[in-house]
Design a protein around this ligand. Structure first.
Ligand code: ADP
Ligand code: MG
Length: 360
C-alpha cells in the first residue's frame, strides 16, 4: 500500500470572481520510506498539492489516501503527517528543548519518555548541547534543524517539507540537503519535499514529480529525469539542455540520421515506428558533447558551428556554438587536461557526441 496516494486531484480557487485552476488532475503514489520531491517553477501548484496531502486544503475533486485510507475530507490534526514550512515558525520565547518537546507535552506523553525522545531527536539533528538556547541565538541552519526535530519527534508516518531550505544561503543549503537526506535515512519515514530548485531535487530524491501549471509532466527517478526528459519543458527545466530539431533522412538498424546541413549529421536511436520524413525533437546534454577543431571520425553525431561565447567557470568551460541553421548549442568542457581545446570566439569548431546521448 502506498504511503500517500493522489487520484485525479483537482484544486480550484476562486479569486476576485475568477476561477484559478491551481492543480489540474494530479495522480501519483508515494511509497513508504521514499524521499519524494515535487519540483517545478513558482506557481505550478506544488504548495497546493502539499496542502491537500496535509489536509489544510480540500480538493475540488479527486481522492487523497494515506496508507490506503481515504482521508480526502479528514482534518489535518487527524492525519498521520506533519509539515515543515520555510518560515520555521519556532516559538521564540521557548528554548530549543521546549520547542521540540512542545507537541509531546500537549499530548500528555509521560515526562521520562519526553526526555528520552527529545534527547534522541536532538542527537539525530546534531543539536546536542544547544538545548537551552532560544531560536534567535541559533543560525538559520540550526533553526531549521529545530523545526525538523519538532516535527519528527511526534513520529509522523510522513513528513511534508515545503521549500524548507529557501531562507538559507547556498553553502548552508547544500550542507542541509545532505543532512536532510541522512536524517530521512535514519528515521526511515516518508518525506515529501517541495522545491523549485532542480539541483536540490536531484541531490536528495528517490523520485521526482516535475510539475508545470498544475500538471505532472514527468514522474521518475533523478537519473531518468535528467537523461530521459519526457518533453522539452522537463529537458529545459532540469539542468542545461540542448534541444535540436530536424527531419529524419533515413533509418538503419534503430538509428535515424538527421541532417541539418550538408556537413552535419546527427545520429539518433529511434524505435521501430520512426521513418524517413518524420520531424524529430531531440536533446543532448552539454557535458556529453566533445568540441574539436578538426573533423572527428567514427560513428558519432557531428555538427559544425561557430563559437559565439566562451565562459570560464573554474572546473569547466562553457561554450556557446551557433550552428548553420541558427540553433545554439551549449557545450561544457572539463578543464581537467592540458590537451583541452582552447577554442575562442569566432572559431569554427566541430561538435560530436555518441549517438546514445541523443534523446528523442
Ligand atoms: P507553488 O507552490 O508551486 O509556487 P501554489 O500551489 O502556491 O504554487 O499556487 C498555484 C497557483 O494557485 C498559483 O497560480 C497561485 O496564485 C494560485 N493560488 C494559490 N493559493 C491560492 C489561494 N488561496 N487563492 C487563490 N489562488 C491561489
Ligand atoms: Mg509554494
Amino acid at each position: 500500500v502506498p504511503a500517500i496516494e493522489l487520484e485525479n486531484v483537482v484544486k480550484e480557487y476562486v479569486s476576485h470572481g475568477e476561477v484559478v485552476r491551481a492543480v489540474k488532475g494530479v495522480s501519483l503514489a508515494i511509497a513508504e520510506g521514499e524521499f519524494f520531491s515535487l519540483l517545478g517553477p513558482s506557481g505550478c501548484g506544488k504548495t497546493t498539492t502539499m496542502r491537500m496531502i496535509a489536509g489544510f486544503e480540500e480538493p475540488t475533486s479527486g481522492v487523497v489516501r494515506l496508507h490506503g485510507a481515504d482521508v480526502t475530507n479528514v482534518p489535518p490534526n487527524k492525519r498521520d503527517v506533519n509539515m515543515v514550512f520555510q518560515s520555521y515558525a519556532l516559538f521564540p520565547h521557548m528554548t530549543v528543548w521546549e520547542n521540540v518537546a512542545f507537541g509531546l507535552k500537549r499530548k500528555k506523553v509521560p515526562a521520562d519518555e519526553i526526555k528520552r525522545r527529545v534527547g534522541e531527536m536532538l542527537e539525530i539533528v546534531h543539536l546536542q548541547g544547544r538545548e537551552r538556547r532560544r531560536p534567535q541565538e541559533l543560525s538559520g541552519g540550526q533553526q531549521q534543524r529545530v523545526a525538523l526535530a519538532r516535527a519528527l519527534v511526534n513520529r509522523p508516518r510522513a513528513l511534508l517539507l515545503d521549500e524548507p531550505l529557501g531562507a538559507l544561503d547556498l553553502k548552508l543549503r547544500q550542507h542541509m540537503q545532505i543532512e536532510l537526506k541522512r536524517i530521512q535515512r535514519e528515521v526511515g519515514i516518508t518525506f515529501v519535499y517541495v522545491t523549485h530548485d532542480q539541483s536540490e531535487a536531484l541531490t536528495m530524491s528517490d523520485r521526482i514529480a516535475v510539475m508545470r501549471e498544475g500538471v505532472v509532466e514527468q514522474l521518475a527517478d533523478p537519473r531518468e529525469i535528467y537523461e530521459r526528459p519526457a518533453n522539452e519543458f522537463v529537458a529545459g527545466f532540469i539542468g542545461t539542455s540542448n534541444v535540436l530539431k530536424g527531419t529524419i533522412q533515413q533509418v538503419t538498424g534503430g538509428t535515424a540520421v538527421l541532417a541539418l546541413s550538408p556537413v552535419d549529421r546527427i545520429l539518433v536511436p529511434v524505435d521501430g515506428t520512426a521513418s524517413a520524413g518524420d520531424a524529430i525533437t531531440m536533446t543532448v546534454r552539454p557535458e556529453k558533447i566533445m568540441i574539436s577543431t578538426e573533423q572527428p571520425e567514427g560513428d558519432l553525431s557531428v555538427v559544425r558551428g561557430t563559437v559565439s561565447e566562451v565562459v570560464y567557470l573554474g572546473t569547466y568551460n562553457s561554450y556557446t556554438v551557433a550552428l548553420a541553421d541558427g540553433a545554439e548549442v551549449t557545450v561544457f568542457q572539463q578543464n581537467a587536461h592540458d590537451s583541452s581545446v582552447t577554442a575562442e570566439r569566432g572559431d569554427t569548431v566541430w561538435l560530436s557526441w555518441q549517438p546514445r546521448h541523443s534523446y528523442v
